[in-house]
Design a binder for this molecule. Structure first.
Ligand SMILES: *[C@@H]1O[C@H](CO)[C@@H](O)[C@H](O)[C@H]1NC(C)=O
Ligand SMILES: *[C@@H]1O[C@H](CO)[C@@H](O)[C@H](O)[C@H]1NC(C)=O
Ligand SMILES: *[C@@H]1O[C@H](CO)[C@@H](O)[C@H](O)[C@H]1NC(C)=O
Ligand SMILES: *[C@@H]1O[C@H](CO)[C@@H](O)[C@H](O)[C@H]1NC(C)=O
Ligand SMILES: *[C@@H]1O[C@H](CO)[C@@H](O)[C@H](O)[C@H]1NC(C)=O
Ligand SMILES: *[C@@H]1O[C@H](CO)[C@@H](O)[C@H](O)[C@H]1NC(C)=O
Length: 374
């Protein structure tokens, strides 16, 4: 019995390894953006961190406006860590650019636990897409920076724009394929940035998929409090980050913000906590900015959010009709098509929950139908 299981497992491993060609890349970029200049020194102690969060969520206040001193153009040379994958049969004609959210790095899209059972990348490759997942500027193996005035939404949207332009012009070292279509798939803060990208430059993308997303910022304070945030460098695995990078305080914080009751394997929660990544105070001060404008994008738009999502729905997306995520439609008056789907029983961390097959099928069916028409 044990022997049969081991053989079956090995066959599974071989199948996974054979179905994909992936390579890790370090991409130098030069990018610039108009960032906020905040009159605020990075928190030093965990008490400073909690004070910051309490000030951020206090009703009747807009901490961003209260700390904003000026705007200034920031520019720099940075490195972006990415993983590019293509199907064994060769590059597809459509590339998916994958932008992760807060608390993760690019492994969110290709989570290695349980022999890549949860990998979105593998499902996309099976449908003939190529994938480009990167660590957002400031996070993971990409360049880190000043957590107050540098690593903000605005600079990260610019980095995504620079990367997309380089992919279109085939100037990313080691990716020579000229894709006929490039689409942007985001999760959470990565969805906000994908939204911001096409709001600034509608022609840059052939389609966007915003997962773990809505346009309603009412519930962001639940996430800020639920994260039980502490100084990231007090966590052994994150000790390289400077003060002002904040990490989830414990496993329960990750559970609260990302995983719905009954929809996850406790071992996956443990893995998500162990590989967790931080958020900067500058990101939290600018978090909703890129998605708070009307979007002139003319391509297809899909929103996919777990019905029990905390930060974007407060724990019940279908509390209204249309649902909270579906209300994003009014922000896309020119979209060629708009669809929204609430994944039943799922929370915010869609890719790490048992419901991933529904989530991935919804995304890939939409892209097959509206972008990658054969
Ligand atoms: C890419 O780097 C990650 C570590 O950041 C590693 O786990 C993974 O195996 C590498 N993948 C390839 C294809 O080399
Ligand atoms: C980076 O871009 C800025 C303008 O955006 C420019 O001033 C600077 O010279 C560039 N640096 C390099 C090394 O290309
Ligand atoms: C808070 O202030 C910022 C900066 O002035 C502004 O962009 C944002 O719209 C404000 N948020 C709200 C909810 O009013
Ligand atoms: C956000 O959703 C809640 C719950 O449905 C609703 O009460 C509130 O009006 C919504 N806010 C916006 C700005 O749509
Ligand atoms: C969400 O709220 C609606 C309206 O109150 C309710 O009918 C529905 O049962 C709730 N959803 C879940 C999954 O409990
Ligand atoms: C893989 O994911 C499926 C779908 O959620 C789940 O039922 C199964 O338990 C997972 N298997 C492993 C080994 O993680």
């Amino acid at each position: 019995m044990a022997r049969i299981t081991a053989t079956a497992l090995l066959a599974g491993l071989v199948a996974t390894a054979a179905a994909r060609q992936c390579q890790n890349l370090t991409i130098p970029i030069n990018t610039s953006a108009r960032n906020g200049v905040f009159n605020y020194a990075a928190p030093e102690t965990n008490i400073d961190v909690t004070d910051f969060i309490l000030n951020l969520v206090q009703p009747g206040h807009n901490l961003t406006a209260e700390l904003l001193h000026d705007y200034a153009t920031i520019s720099g040379n940075y490195k972006i860590a990415a993983t590019y994958c293509e199907p064994d049969a060769g590059p597809g004609n459509t590339l998916q650019v994958l932008t992760h959210g807060i608390g993760f790095d690019r492994s969110y899209w290709d989570f290695p636990a349980n022999n890549y059972n949860y990998s979105y990348v593998n499902q996309a490759l099976d449908r003939g897409y190529s994938t480009f997942a990167y660590d957002r500027l400031g996070i993971g193996e990409s360049s880190h920076g000043d957590p107050v005035n540098e690593i903000q939404s605005w600079l990260e949207v610019s980095a995504l724009k620079t990367l997309t332009t380089m992919l279109r012009e085939t100037t990313v070292p080691d990716i020579s394929t000229k894709f006929s279509k490039i689409v942007h798939v985001g999760h959470s803060f990565g969805s906000i940035q994908s939204y911001g990208l096409v709001a600034q430059d509608p022609a840059i993308s052939d389609g966007i998929v915003l997962t773990g997303f809505s346009q309603n910022s009412t519930f962001v304070p639940l996430f800020a409090l639920g994260g039980n945030f502490i100084q990231a460098n007090k966590v052994a695995a994150l000790s390289d980050y400077p003060n002002g990078y904040l990490a989830a305080g414990d496993e329960s914080a990750v559970q609260t913000n990302f995983l719905a009751p009954g929809d996850f394997d406790p071992a996956i929660l443990e893995a998500a906590y162990k590989t967790g990544q931080p958020v900067t105070v500058g990101e939290l001060l600018t978090i909703t900015g890129p998605a708070s404008v009307l979007n002139p994008f003319q391509g297809p738009v899909l929103v996919v959010t777990g019905d029990r999502d905390i930060p974007f729905c407060g724990g019940n997306c279908t509390v209204s009709e249309p649902s909270i995520p579906a209300m994003a439609k009014q922000f896309f008056p020119k979209a060629s098509c708009f669809e929204a789907f609430d994944v039943p029983e799922s929370g915010h961390g869609l890719n790490l929950e048992y419901t991933w097959p529904t989530t991935y099928k919804t995304i890939l069916d939409f892209l097959d139908k509206n972008v990658n028409m054969k």
